[in-house]
Design a protein around this ligand. Structure first.
Ligand code: GLU
Length: 420
């Protein structure tokens, strides 16, 4: 190992540990580790916002640009009260490997604001998003750095970002952000893309082990844009979705939930609480309940040494970014549980972001079938590439995916050289 193992695993320590491991496996050396373990640039802003009561609050916001060896920095913006710089740095690194793994001409970035958006009115949230965008203008651009949705952000926020940037330029700039509403240059299929990608990767994983989706028992932590879409698609494909949850807690039924009915309930009440036709389950218990496949689709660091020895699933598909800590994963690996890593499992979102960017830059729009077909082709090809490495080189799925992603970035870094 290049690094001594840290006692406490923050997401950044975890990401660096995983990078060190793959650098060792591939024999890329300490100098390459030094270049890839650190982001190119971290920008911190303090965005003042007039609140509804007339007072002014100042919010801390960040954009971490990790690496652009393969193309413009790319990655989401999250609004979360626990989000801070090290976490954004870890997530930006993951974006670099993810884009490289699936062959996109993008680097990696991540950013956002330390805020609980539920505490703000829509007007306050809009003013905050627009001011934050203005503060980032020196470093974002369709050819430099292209933000996208992440936790607690979606098409509405992306439209505000596109508008703020465009008003400053004096013309519409659709390529500045992806995940926009369709009417301002968004792509068909983008809002479902991450969840659809998760189901494609699950299908491929099951096929790899000679299994089928139909009848497979799946527990999903999260019911947002990723967890909700994944649950719905898997339900339509005949899987038994035995549990889903939101940040307050979850619902479970060992025989499978009626997800169509759960979706209706969620649309009406904006919560899974008080849903009558299922048992209540906590987010912690959901992770260790009996199922074949576990899909963490919420936040990072939820699978740790605290619960890894009690997980019942045989397969974990990481729909969230960094849901498993390296120490948690070491236990899963010993127990023979397959973990399909985030950079492969949730890459569908950024793949269709790439399609959206290409469509926006070329002013030529594709049908939803075309988007979904191209998405499937890219993800099945990437899965096959990773699975082949798993077989041939006896690697875990994570290390196989990392060796493709990190390998591509390292090669580009090497041939581009160092300037000045
Ligand atoms: N936030 C998503 C991710 O973590 C999407 C990023 C993007 O589309 O740029 O992959």
């Amino acid at each position: 190992m290049l690094l001594t193992e840290p006692k406490f695993e923050s997401p950044l320590q975890g990401s660096r540990q995983q990078l060190a491991k793959v650098i060792d496996i591939m024999g890329l050396g300490q100098s390459m580790y030094n270049r890839l373990a650190h982001p190119d640039r971290i920008v911190t802003v303090h965005s003042p916002v007039r609140m509804d009561d007339g007072s002014i609050r100042v919010f801390a916001g960040y954009r971490v640009q990790h690496n652009n060896a393969l193309g413009p920095y790319k990655g989401g913006l999250r609004f979360h009260h626990h989000a801070e710089m090290d976490e954004f740095t870890a997530l930006a690194m993951l974006m670099t490997w993810k884009c490289a793994l699936v062959g996109l001409p993008f680097g990696g970035a991540k950013g956002g604001i330390t805020v609980d958006p539920r505490e703000l009115s829509v007007g306050e949230l809009e003013r905050l998003t627009r001011r934050f965008t203005s503060d980032l203008i020196p470093i974002i651009d369709p050819k430099k750095d292209i933000p996208a949705p992440d936790v607690n952000t979606g098409p509405r926020e992306m439209a505000w970002i596109m508008d703020t940037f465009s008003v400053n330029k004096g013309y519409a700039v659709p390529g500045i952000v992806t995940g926009k509403p369709i009417c301002v240059g968004g792509s068909l299929g983008r809002s479902e893309a991450t969840g659809r990608g998760v189901t494609i990767i699950l299908e491929e994983t099951l096929r790899h082990f000679g299994k089928k989706i139909s009848g497979t028992k799946v527990a999903i932590q999260g019911f947002g844009n990723v967890g909700g879409v994944t649950a719905n698609l898997l339900y339509q494909m005949g899987a038994k979705v035995v549990a889903v949850s939101d940040w307050r807690g979850g619902i479970a039924n060992p025989e499978g939930l009626n997800i169509a009915d759960v979706m209706l309930h969620y649309k009406e009440h904006a919560t899974l609480g008080n849903y009558q036709h299922a048992e209540q389950v906590s987010n912690a218990d959901l992770l260790i309940m009996p199922c074949d496949v576990l899909i963490p689709a919420a936040l990072e660091s939820v699978i740790t040494p605290e619960n890894a020895d009690r997980i019942k699933a045989e397969i974990i598909i990481e729909a969230a970014n960094a849901p498993t800590t390296p120490a948690g994963e070491a236990i899963l690996e010993k127990r023979g549980i397959t973990v399909v890593p985030d950079i492969l499992a949730n890459a569908g979102g950024v793949v269709v972001s790439y399609f959206e960017w290409v469509q926006g830059m070329s002013q030529l729009f594709w049908s939803e079938e075309e988007v979904n077909d191209r998405l499937r082709r890219i993800l099945t090809r990437s899965f096959a590439q990773v699975a082949q490495k798993v077989e041939r080189e006896q690697l875990s799925f994570r290390m196989a995916a990392y060796s493709v992603g990190v390998g591509a970035v390292a090669e580009a870094t090497r041939v581009r050289g160092l300037y000045p």
